[in-house]
Write a protein that binds this ligand. Structure first.
Ligand code: GDP
Ligand code: MN
Ligand code: MN
Ligand code: MN
Length: 248
């Protein structure tokens, strides 16, 4: 139960082509079972998932939506390019990404990047986590678990928290269904979204602005068993259905 949480200090501004796992391994002595949490912003910068606004020509939809949201139409075009399904256009774009993640502005981000550039979320965040995990195994010889995060808003509550957009070496959900509580009741619906809980606390260590801490290591976290079906299917998702019926 004695969990240790450590921000990775001393990383420079990340550039396209940087070997992020190697840079982290230079600063951390990993142990098997550690959970390495990385902000998607730096993963994307290292892998070149950024765009120059000047190189984007907005289409008609982007121009139309940008007039409502009062955003740069080129930024809106980048959001549309990252999206597979638009759930809401106004007061902000809420859309689904190829990974199944649903987020405001498709997670397209202009913080912590040069003026005129934007960061897009890794298109394959599960692959990204797996790639970092095998890189750490290769470089440090340790079997770590990896979570890629982004800071996201929430329904029903103000304030953003970190959530997991990709993970490797663990399941997203700790499935308690069938387990018994302190009084012997069988739990019927409890599925704990463990990756999001860890992502949220990692995000607290990272901060959102100039802290310069894009990676966090958790040591001594228990293992758990469950599944990765963290996204509702469109049929299961009552909120999505309600939003879409409003939009059309
Ligand atoms: P996001 O939540 O994935 O969009 O990432 P943020 O932009 O909120 O940044 C999370 C943390 O990483 C903050 O502490 C930032 O200061 C830090 N960060 C972002 N980019 C860099 C970078 O290129 N180098 C370093 N060292 N830290 C960065
Ligand atoms: Mn950011
Ligand atoms: Mn972000
Ligand atoms: Mn953030």
């Amino acid at each position: 139960m004695d969990i240790q949480v450590t921000g990775v200090l001393g990383l420079p501004l990340i550039q396209q082509g940087d070997d992020l796992p190697a840079m982290i391994c230079d600063r951390v002595t990993f142990e098997d079972g550690d959970i390495l949490v990385i902000a998607s912003s730096v993963y994307s910068k290292a892998r070149g998932f950024t765009r120059d606004l000047a190189a984007i020509t907005p289409g008609a939809d982007a121009v139309r939506i940008a007039a409502k949201t009062k955003e740069d139409p080129r930024f809106v075009q980048a959001v549309l390019d990252s999206s597979t399904d638009i759930l809401l256009e106004y007061p902000f774009i809420l859309s689904e990404l190829p990974s199944g993640h649903i987020g405001v502005r498709a997670g397209v981000d202009h913080s912590n990047v040069e003026d005129g550039r934007i960061i897009i979320l890794p298109p394959d965040p599960m692959g990204a986590a797996a790639e970092v995990r095998s890189a750490v195994r290769r470089i440090a010889g340790k079997d770590v678990r990896v979570i890629i995060t982004d800071t996201c808003g929430r329904s029903f509550r103000r304030g953003q928290t970190g959530i997991a957009i990709g993970w490797a070496g663990m399941t997203a959900i700790d499935d308690y269904r069938g387990d018994t509580d302190l009084f012997g009741h069988v739990l019927e619906i409890t599925e704990e979204a463990v990756v999001d809980e860890i992502a949220a606390f990692a995000n607290f260590i990272m901060g959102e602005s100039h802290q310069g801490v894009p990676a966090v290591v958790f040591r001594n976290c228990r293992a758990w068993k469950g599944h990765d079906m963290v996204y509702f299917t469109p049929e299961q998702d009552v909120i999505r259905t309600a939003l879409k019926s409003k939009k059309d």
